[in-house]
Design a binder for this molecule. Structure first.
Ligand code: TRP
Length: 413
């Protein structure tokens, strides 16, 4: 899912304390996208701390929109990074919309492939983690035509230059290219297709959808008028695109009843940095992640194979001992304890003892979630039913939004 994330809520609060409070919205003169992105982290940190306070006071004034690409099982990084935060916001009383971003999967993959299976798996992961379909709306891109229709007017509001400068899109394009093997067939290359032969390329072509997906994400958020988007740091540039689109739309098409779109805020949420079992970024596609739905035995096997170092004494020092510290942190998160205390307790037990502690902690923490997931999965119709109902709810909201858009644009015939 995401890469660089803000380390802890403390960082949010500290940054907020160290700087003067934001003096409202930027002035009327419209800053370009790159200017807003560079100033956005500090501003988002300040704003997040302020929003956390407001969530406590008036949770119902927030409509939260978050989502995931259905590319495989959610893992521990997702759980401690975003899932439990979503459940927290739901429990606090905010209105929660969770998007299964199925069209976004096609940004860097040629075919929908196992999409259907992944979509239902994702819904099961959500439900097992505590997202409550009676209060939250779980929906999919492909089921809400009105959301996708918003993409067209929205695309007219951003320049290709602005899209090309988005740092996260640039990163993802670079990453997708690295992943594609040399000599790989590039079936999406339009030249190859029109000439009726396959185009051999060492580079994967960048699809138009990849290039424009932050605008699609603006449609996700604005179709249901979400005003709060919990994000990792890497998603901040996308949220700036959403804010830009909302602002430009409102300026260009002032609705009779006031601006059509809210300007959504980012909520930079607590997301501890958990590494994969190989010491790299935890990722579904690298085979280094512990899936939420993994069995206790699979979990034990994965952790047993995790990378550590040669020092016997276990300590918590993420800078000099990233792999060991990530394991310590994982145990600490599962046990709701301080990482340094967990490290001390393992002490001279070495990597083997650390791994036993981590395995036990993970399996114990996830046991209720796993049981619940298995129960829910036993009725294959259930997840589908939840998704259908969510899609219907999200669609009703998107229909109403599109009506307002039609009025504002004067395209009601
Ligand atoms: N791009 C997000 C990710 O991969 C998923 C996503 C799609 C999303 N639409 C969104 C997140 C809207 C927040 C808001 O993590």
């Amino acid at each position: 899912m995401t890469s660089t994330r803000i380390r802890s809520a403390d960082a949010v609060t500290a940054a907020a304390a160290g700087r003067p409070a934001a003096a409202g919205r930027p002035a009327a003169a419209e800053p370009g996208l790159s200017a807003t992105v560079s100033g956005s982290l500090a501003a988002a940190l300040r704003r997040s701390a302020e929003i956390e306070r407001r969530i406590g006071e008036e949770p119902r004034s927030f409509r939260v929109l978050t989502g995931d690409r259905p590319t495989g099982d959610l893992h521990l990084g997702h759980y401690f990074g975003t899932l439990r935060n979503r459940v927290r916001l739901q429990e606090a009383g905010a209105e929660l919309y969770v998007l299964v971003a199925d069209y976004q999967v096609l940004t860097d993959r040629d075919a929908a492939g196992a999409l259907g299976e992944h979509v239902l798996g994702l819904v099961l992961d959500y439900l097992a983690a505590g997202i409550d379909p009676a209060r939250a709306t779980i929906f999919a891109h492909s089921a809400v035509p009105e959301l996708n229709q918003l993409l067209l007017p929205f695309l007219s509001l951003v320049s290709t230059g602005e899209l090309g400068r988005n740092p996260t899109v640039k990163d993802e394009i670079a990453h997708a290219r690295q992943r594609s093997p040399v000599g790989a067939v590039a079936p999406t290359d339009p030249r190859g297709m029109s000439e009726g032969k396959t185009c051999i390329s060492s580079m994967r072509p960048v699809s138009g959808l990849m290039f424009s997906y932050p605008v699609h994400q603006a449609a996700d958020i604005l179709s249901c008028k979400g005003n709060l988007v919990p994000v990792g740091q890497d998603q901040l540039p996308h949220l700036e695109v959403t804010r830009l689109v909302a602002r430009r739309f409102n300026e260009r098409y002032p609705g009779a009843g006031g601006p059509v779109f809210p300007s959504p805020d980012a909520l930079l949420s607590e997301a501890p940095l958990l590494l994969g079992t190989d010491g790299g970024k935890m990722s579904k596609s690298r085979g280094n992640a512990i899936a939420l739905r993994a069995t206790a035995d699979e979990t034990a096997r994965l952790i047993r194979g995790a990378k550590t170092d040669a020092q016997r004494r276990i300590s918590y020092d993420p800078v000099t001992r990233p792999e060991v510290s990530s394991l310590v942190l994982l145990a600490a998160l599962c046990l709701d304890r301080d990482p340094a205390a967990v490290a001390d307790q393992v002490g001279d037990g070495g990597a083997a003892a650390l791994k036993r502690t981590v395995t036990e902690a993970v399996n114990e923490r996830l046991a209720p979630l796993r049981t619940r997931r298995a129960e829910l999965a036993a009725d294959p119709g259930y997840a589908r039913q939840v998704l259908r109902e969510g899609c219907a709810r999200a669609r009703a909201v998107a229909v109403a939004t599109l009506e307002e858009v039609r009025d504002a644009m004067g395209t009601r015939y």
